[in-house]
Design a protein around this ligand. Structure first.
Ligand code: SAM
Ligand code: SF4
Length: 351
């Protein structure tokens, strides 16, 4: 029965692909609530009631890749493109530091204007500026292993690169300019070098089946990353998938909860995409196993141009608005903000 499946996931942190498929296909609303409670309890075992904050700086929306789902894809000529200079990025960090953030996530399209030299210097400056008291997370897409190595040597601590989908055919159909094999090679290289690695996937991609989602969870279990980002796919009208349906809040929450149960020690963000689909999407994720939020500190003047999907929240907000909005939301669900670096359990205990 469904109760047995949920209980097995809770007790053993393991489910077969067949069990995951059965759970996804047959879970009822009242059973979802039980799943979420088990995931919350598992989160609390490792991280208590703490929620870690990361200041997100979307520093360039220029991208050489052409992912079918993404509003920043190279073929989308309707986007007004921008790049923040290293000086502007440092100014964002200052603002973020003042607001209490001790992790900065530097995210962008795949923009080779930021050479390994420019990025290395920027990372060194950030680490020095705050006396090594901050963690630097990169989310800049695919580069060579040597580049990843140099950036790590310059002080980058973490790297977010979602695997997007663990099914090779689906991956290839969505990424005309990229390959499944190279994505995996990048993730393996990052892990090997010593980064705290974040993988993850989208829920509700066109053609994605419960079997694909079971594959995602099993891949994550095997990779055992430090972080797992799961968000709904949200269609963007200026992309080839503009008329597709997109993921739902419920399906995404079930995957967040299952990720918590199957990779119990991971850091899991309550994503902006979930907050976009539902006003309380992030709060629901925090009550279903998520324990990280990434408030945006990108300058308000360019925020709306970083549109991976449409109707993204916080476009008119300022960094301080997001800081306190998030804190109120976290407290409203009985959890507490932790302004530390927020390393993963795996990183702290060294396994
Ligand atoms: N360019 C880098 C990369 O792809 O790894 C980092 C930035 S990229 C915009 C960050 C994530 O946005 C992707 O990993 C993808 O999962 C997500 N994303 C892109 N388009 C999306 C959409 N339409 N709906 C939901 N998430 C989307
Ligand atoms: Fe570029 Fe990342 Fe968007 Fe793909 S998901 S088009 S790599 S910004």
């Amino acid at each position: 029965t469904m109760h047995n499946l949920i209980e097995k996931a809770y007790q053993t942190n393991d489910l077969s692909k067949e069990e995951i498929i059965a759970l996804i296909e047959t879970i009822k609303p009242e059973e979802r609530e039980i799943l979420y409670k088990r995931a919350l309890k598992t989160k609390q075992k490792y991280y208590g009631n703490k929620v870690y904050l990361r200041g997100l700086i979307e520093f360039s929306n220029i991208c050489r890749q052409d992912c079918l789902y993404c509003g920043l894809r190279a073929s989308n000529t309707k986007v007004e493109r921008y790049r923040l200079t290293p000086g502007e990025i440092l100014a964002c960090c200052d603002k973020g530091y003042e607001l209490g953030y001790r992790t900065f996530v530097l995210q962008s399209g795949e923009d080779l204007w930021y050479t390994v030299e420019i990025l290395s210097e920027l990372i060194r400056q950030i680490k020095k500026r705050y006396d090594q008291e901050v963690a630097v997370t990169l989310s800049i897409g695919e580069r060579g292993a040597e580049t990843y190595q140099s950036l790590f040597a310059s002080g980058a601590d973490r790297f977010l690169m979602r695997h997007e989908t663990a099914t090779e055919e689906l991956y290839e159909s969505l990424h005309p300019t990229m390959s499944f094999t190279n994505r995996r090679a990048c993730l393996n290289a990052l892990k090997e070098i010593g980064y705290q690695v974040g993988a993850g996937f989208m829920v509700g991609l066109p053609g994605q089946t419960p079997a694909d989602l079971a594959e995602d969870l099993h891949y994550l279990k095997e990779l055992h990353p430090d972080m797992i980002g799961i968000g709904p796919f949200i269609p963007h009208s200026e992309t080839p998938l503009g008329k597709e349906k997109g993921g739902t809040v419920d399906d995404t929450l079930v995957m967040v909860a299952l990720a918590r149960l199957l990779v119990p020690d991971s850091l899991i963000p309550a994503t902006t995409a979930l907050g976009t689909l539902h006003p309380l999407g992030r709060e629901m994720a925090l009550q279903a196993g998520a324990n990280v939020v990434m408030p945006i500190i990108t300058p308000t003047s360019v925020r709306k141009q970083y549109a991976l999907y449409e109707n993204k929240i916080c476009g008119d907000d300022h960094p301080e608005d997001c800081r306190y909005c998030i804190e109120r939301r976290i407290q409203a669900v009985g959890q507490e903000v932790d302004l530390g670096k927020g390393d993963s359990w795996k990183f702290i205990v060294g396994s």
